[in-house]
Design a protein. Structure first.
Length: 297
């Protein structure tokens, strides 16, 4: 049975005539008449008795209307609900994010998002592991400098940069501006090689530093805390230390040369971007206005 023809028949039955059904729906009267005639032909019964001045349902037409009018109305309402749901953020939203970004920024962002969208059940999982959004059940994954991946699409919401910082009382090498490679006591990440050189820009000056490992730690948060305690210099993302620099708890010795650090929010390319995902992406972007740093030349 043709559902569109059945819908048109019920429209005519509800409004009591082709003309009134046409005015109510905006569908052409001739189209409604043709569709009902096609339905009658397919069923082999007459559904409507057409008079010059009036229209009435046959017994078969009345029975068909009573049996199908309700279900078709429910189908229409279900479609409207789906459209509304697609435009209104609601439902569960799972996000995976690196530890530093989650700890530094996402708590505040999540709180504002939860207040703005009470119908969304937001869950943020802080994990430096590279997860698969489909297999691990995440709507969004936040990644730093992600490799190109045809299976993932999304937005870059932040350009960050890496700074060499130290406690203000920590002596800055006098030879740092002389073109030589100065050696400094440093706190390194566990995976950083021993022979690394920090090449920095400080205004118009090029600076090269050779870090001498005093501590090796597996977390950027621990590296930051050790730098705050005066253990040595450290190479850390601006996002993590900008408040400490502004407050005078850390001194910035320069910016690591090279391109900016790109931070992206990504989702599976096999999924449509729903309202809850768009709302969260917008919230993240609003939290970092103007955060695009020009890399040193």
């Amino acid at each position: 049975m043709d559902l569109q023809a059945l819908t048109d028949f019920n429209l005519v039955a509800v409004h009591g005539g082709f003309g009134r059904a046409s005015r109510a729906s905006g569908r052409a009267k001739a189209t409604l008449s043709r569709r009902v005639a096609e339905l009658e032909q397919s069923l082999g019964v007459r559904l409507i008795e057409r008079g010059s001045q009036s229209l009435r349902l046959t017994d078969e037409g009345r029975a068909l209307h009573e049996r199908t009018g309700g279900p078709l109305s429910e189908i229409a309402e279900a479609g409207e609900a789906v459209v509304l749901g697609a435009s209104t953020p609601r439902g569960r939203l799972r996000v995976s994010a690196p530890l530093v970004i989650a700890h530094v920024a996402l708590g505040r962002i999540a709180a504002r998002f939860a207040l703005a969208y009470p119908d969304v059940q937001l869950e943020i999982v802080a994990d430096d592991r590279v997860v698969d959004p489909v297999e691990d059940g995440f709507d969004l994954v936040i990644r730093i400098n992600p490799s190109p991946d045809e299976q993932l699409v999304g937005r870059r919401f932040l350009n960050d940069e890496r700074l060499v910082v130290a406690h203000p009382a920590h002596p800055r090498p006098k030879s740092a501006r002389d073109g030589d490679i100065a050696t400094v006591n440093a706190i390194l990440m566990s995976a950083m090689p021993a022979d690394v050189t920090w090449r920095l820009k400080d205004g118009d000056d090029d600076i090269s530093l050779q870090p001498r490992p005093i501590l090796r730690l597996s977390s950027l948060l621990m590296v930051r805390d050790a730098a705050l305690a005066g253990a040595g210099a450290a190479l850390l993302p601006r996002l993590l230390v900008e408040d400490d620099i502004a407050a005078g708890r850390l001194a910035c010795w320069g910016t690591q040369a090279g391109p900016p650090v790109e931070i992206w929010a990504l989702q599976s390319s096999r999924r449509l971007v729903g309202a809850k995902v768009r709302a969260f992406l917008d919230a993240v972007e609003r939290a970092f206005p103007g955060r695009v740093f020009v890399p040193p030349a």
